[in-house]
Design a protein around this ligand. Structure first.
Ligand SMILES: NC(=O)c1ccc[n+]([C@@H]2O[C@H](COP(=O)([O-])OP(=O)(O)OC[C@H]3O[C@@H](n4cnc5c(N)ncnc54)[C@H](O)[C@@H]3O)[C@@H](O)[C@H]2O)c1
Length: 440
């Protein structure tokens, strides 16, 4: 079956969710473009979710994004609508989307699809139930592209006896913005299915990194271990200072001293303490000689402090407290309240010491045409630096490198380059974890 035939009837499950809405938008744009280029062919995209209100919101989101896209690049759309004035192009394009897009609360609309994107909540039983139901009732032997963050794909394949008709197509959040997709295939997938996945990703202008089928894949395989390391370091420091001060210290080290876009505790808050804990729990049974578990995450969950994001994308309080995106306090588990940052920042900053002189903030380094020189200079200075902040950062960076190597050694990633690409593109690190910067 050709690319366009497979694309002629597609369903997205969990279409109104964080990931599903982005996947739905990207697929709607790709299918609409294809429908305009191929007027003789029919296309149908089912957006399936369990809440009508959320689906209504999804349609508004898709329309707004589509209009923006056409307004930004009218020249791309003129050929689809000959003779139509530029200012009318967005409306015409939205009408074309609406011709192919069908929101639905019924799973049964997917019974005619050839391709199913699955982005419901990370619950193995629910995913099995929904995919199994579709597979039983759909005569087309559909392909399933799951967005699971942590469930090994072969478990779904085996449980549902799909004989390779499922692969992992792991978008990053938010799918419309993030360039990275981890593609998790196995020997049972047909060459046709893998070729389709690659062509679809290319049309969406995504960077594909192959990952092998191990719980967590490359991205979470690194992130979860890296997060756990940071949490444990904070707990160690807490033998000589209050835990909330130690959390601030490690957050600062992992952002500033390591030139990352966010400190580790801010990143955990951003993803959601509940989500991080949950992904660790899903990965844990599949890991040998490792225990991906944190009692600190458990304790935070017991207090109901979860982080995550508000519907407008702003950060909810978690380990850290935020005001207009700025950190203003750190959660204290003893008093069950936030301690203002101003009351201890100076003391902890002095404890960590100055950043090496060649230091520049992540934004400046990451987007500089001279990034390599800036990093070389920084790491030369960091190697020589010997204050507490520098020592903690060097150990953290080395551990991150070890995690990267572990992913290659255990066959999760095919190469060091793949690990680095995932961390550079999916996590916006300025440098890949597998590097020689601190080699003696
Ligand atoms: N959030 C992330 O950063 C991220 C990144 C990569 C992958 N993922 C994975 O993507 C998937 C979705 O995660 P999310 O963060 O978008 O979750 P989410 O909770 O934002 O969205 C899940 C959606 O599924 C819908 N849903 C629940 N039950 C359903 C059912 N029976 N039928 C149809 N729809 C149903 C919900 O209404 C919701 O809209 C998970 O597998 C997650 O692991 C998440």
């Amino acid at each position: 079956m050709e690319y366009l035939d497979k694309l002629s009837n597609v369903s997205v499950l969990g279409a109104a969710g964080k990931m599903g809405s982005g996947i739905l938008l990207l697929t709607a744009l790709e299918m609409t473009d294809q429908s305009l280029r191929n007027p003789g062919k029919s296309f149908r995209l089912n957006a399936i979710d369990v809440s009508q209100e959320a689906l209504d919101g999804l349609l508004k989101y898709v329309e707004k994004q589509a209009r923006k896209k056409v307004e930004k690049k009218p020249e791309h759309y003129r050929s689809y609508f000959p003779g139509v004035k530029d200012e009318e192009l967005p409306q015409r394009y939205v009408e074309a989307i609406n011709k192919i897009l069908f929101p639905s609360l019924q799973l049964s609309v997917a019974y005619d699809s050839y391709l199913i994107f699955e982005a419901v909540i990370e619950n193995q039983d629910l995913k099995k139930k929904l995919l199994g139901d579709i597979d039983k009732n759909n005569p087309n032997k559909p392909w399933f592209f799951t967005n699971t963050s942590s469930i090994p794909i072969h478990l779904l394949n085996d449980a549902l006896q799909l004989n390779g008709r499922i692969l992992g197509f792991h978008f990053y959040n938010p799918p419309a913005v993030q360039k990275l997709v981890e593609l998790i295939t196995n020997e049972h997938n047909s060459a046709e299915m893998i070729a389709f996945a690659k062509e679809y990703a290319k049309n969406l202008r995504k960077i594909i990194v192959p990952s092998n089928d191990f719980a967590g894949f490359i991205g979470n395989g690194h992130f979860m271990r890296d997060a756990l390391y940071g949490i444990k370091e904070a707990q160690k420091l807490a033998s000589s200072m209050p835990l909330y001060e130690a959390v601030y210290a490690i957050n600062k080290v992992s952002q500033d001293f390591m030139i990352r876009p966010m400190g580790m505790f801010q990143l955990i808050d951003y993803v959601g303490i509940d989500v991080v804990k949950f992904i660790m729990e899903v990965m844990n049974p599949y890991l040998e000689n490792e225990d991906l578990h944190s009692d600190l995450l458990d304790e935070m969950m017991e207090t109901g402090v979860k982080g995550g994001q508000n519907s407008d994308g702003s950060q909810k309080d978690g380990f850290l407290q935020y005001e207009k995106g700025r950190i203003t306090g750190v959660y204290d588990l003893n008093s069950k309240s936030y301690v203002p940052l101003a009351s201890f920042k100076e003391k902890v900053d002095a404890f960590l010491g100055e950043k090496p002189a060649a230091w520049k903030p992540w934004k400046e380094v990451n987007f500089s045409p001279d990034k390599k020189t800036l990093l070389d200079n920084y790491f030369a200075a960091l190697r020589k630096a010997d204050n507490t902040g520098a020592r903690l950062a060097k150990a953290y960076i080395k551990n991150s490198c070890e995690i990267g190597k572990l992913l290659v050694d255990t066959g999760v990633a095919n190469s060091a380059e793949d690990v680095n690409t995932v961390m550079l593109t999916g996590f916006f690190h300025a440098y890949g974890p597998i590097n020689d910067y601190l080699k003696d």
